[in-house]
Design a protein around this ligand. Structure first.
Ligand code: UDP
Length: 312
C-alpha cells in the first residue's frame, strides 16, 4: 500500500484516477482548490477509509505532507477555464510543478506530471511524436497554459538532472468522459449538453479542424502504467487515442447518438486554435504496452448516459 497524492483529484481525470488507486488498495490524498474540480466527482469516494480530501491550491505550500507517489493533475484544462484567470493558470502550472517537485524530492517520492498535447501548439508535424518540439505562440491567449505546461516540463527534467528526483511526464491528448462539468467548455461536453437540451451544437470555425479523443478510462490506465515504469523511464510519453475526427464529424456522431435534430451553429474560431492534432503513440505501445481500447462511439454513449443524469 502506498500513500499517494493526487493534485487536482476532484477534477475530471483526477477523480477517476483516485477511484482506480483506491481500487488497488492504496491510500489516496486528494488535493484540489475546487476551481474547476467538483465535490460531486469524489462524492462516492469520501467515505472510503483510505481516502482523504484537502481543499488547497497546489501553489500553496505542501510542507505538511508525506507521500510515496504524486500525480500532479491540478490545472484547469479547458480553454475558456484556463483563459479566465491566465496569471493564476501560469502559477498553477509552474509554481504547482515546483511545489510537487520539492515535495517529491524531500520524500524520495515518484512524481508524475500531467503535461499536454498543447506543448506541440499548432503543430507542423502530424501526427505528433514526443521528439517534436512544437509550434507554440508564446504571447497568445492559450500561452498561459501551453507555455506554463512547457515550463513545468523543463522544471521536471531540471529536478531530475539536478536532484535525481524520480519523474514521469505524460502528454495527455484530448480526453472525454463522465465527470466533465456541463459548463466545462470543451467540445465533447459542449456538443452533448447542447444536443440533450435540443440546442444547436456550436462549431467554432468551419469544423474542419481535427482532434483525437481518448476515453477517460483508457487515459487513466495509461497514466498508472507510466507511474509503474522503472526509474530509467521519465517520458515524456504521449497518451491519447490516435483516431482523428473533424469537429463536423464529431457533431454528426453526437447528433446520431442523441437523436438531436437542432443542427449546427457556426461561430468564429478562437485565436491560435490548433488546426489538427493526433498523437503518435508508438512509444506508449512499446514502453508501457498501452493502447486505448474504447472507440469514440462507445465512449460517447457512456458520456451521453452520464450527462443524462446531470442537471443542466
Ligand atoms: N470547439 C467547437 N465547439 C465548441 C467547443 C470547441 O467547435 O463548442 C472546437 C475548438 O475550437 C477546437 C476543438 O473544438 O478546435 C477542440 O476544442 P476543445 O476546447 O475541446 O479542446 P482543445 O483541443 O482546443 O484544447
Amino acid at each position: 500500500m502506498k500513500r499517494i497524492l493526487v493534485t487536482g483529484g476532484a477534477g475530471f481525470v483526477g477523480s477517476h484516477l483516485c477511484r482506480e488507486l483506491l481500487a488497488q488498495s492504496h491510500q489516496v490524498i486528494c488535493l484540489d482548490n475546487l476551481h474547476s474540480g467538483r465535490l460531486s466527482n469524489i462524492a462516492a469516494l469520501r467515505d472510503h477509509p483510505q481516502f482523504s480530501f484537502i481543499e488547497r491550491d497546489v501553489i500553496q505550500a505542501l510542507d505538511d505532507l508525506e507521500v510515496d507517489e504524486i500525480y500532479n493533475l491540478a490545472c484547469p484544462a479547458s480553454p475558456p477555464h484556463y483563459q479566465k484567470d491566465p496569471i493564476h493558470t501560469w502559477k498553477t502550472c509552474v509554481l504547482g510543478a515546483l511545489n510537487v517537485l520539492e515535495l517529491a524530492t524531500r520524500c524520495g517520492a515518484k512524481v508524475l506530471q500531467a503535461s499536454t498535447s498543447e506543448v506541440y501548439g499548432d503543430p507542423h508535424v502530424h501526427p505528433q511524436p514526443e521528439s517534436y518540439w512544437g509550434h507554440v505562440n508564446p504571447i497568445g491567449l492559450r500561452s498561459c497554459y501551453d507555455e506554463g505546461k512547457r515550463a513545468a516540463e523543463t522544471l521536471f527534467f531540471d529536478f531530475h538532472r539536478q536532484h535525481r528526483t524520480a519523474i514521469k511526464v505524460v502528454r495527455i491528448f484530448n480526453t472525454y468522459g463522465p465527470h466533465m462539468a456541463p459548463d466545462d467548455g470543451r467540445v465533447v461536453s459542449n456538443f452533448i449538453v447542447q444536443a440533450l437540451k435540443g440546442q444547436p451544437m456550436t462549431i467554432y470555425g468551419d469544423g474542419s479542424q481535427t482532434r483525437s479523443f481518448c476515453y477517460v478510462d483508457d487515459l487513466v490506465a495509461g497514466i498508472m502504467k507510466t507511474m509503474a515504469t522503472d526509474a530509467s523511464f521519465t517520458g515524456p510519453v504521449n497518451l491519447g487515442n490516435p483516431g482523428e475526427f473533424t469537429m463536423l464529424e464529431l457533431a454528426q456522431q453526437v447528433a446520431a447518438l442523441t437523436g438531436s435534430t437542432a443542427g449546427i451553429d457556426f461561430r468564429p474560431l478562437p485565436s491560435d486554435d490548433p488546426k489538427q492534432r493526433k498523437p503518435d503513440i508508438a512509444q506508449a505501445a512499446q514502453t508501457l504496452g498501452w493502447q486505448p481500447t474504447v472507440p469514440l462511439a462507445t465512449g460517447l454513449v457512456k458520456t451521453i448516459a452520464y450527462f443524462q443524469t446531470q442537471p443542466h
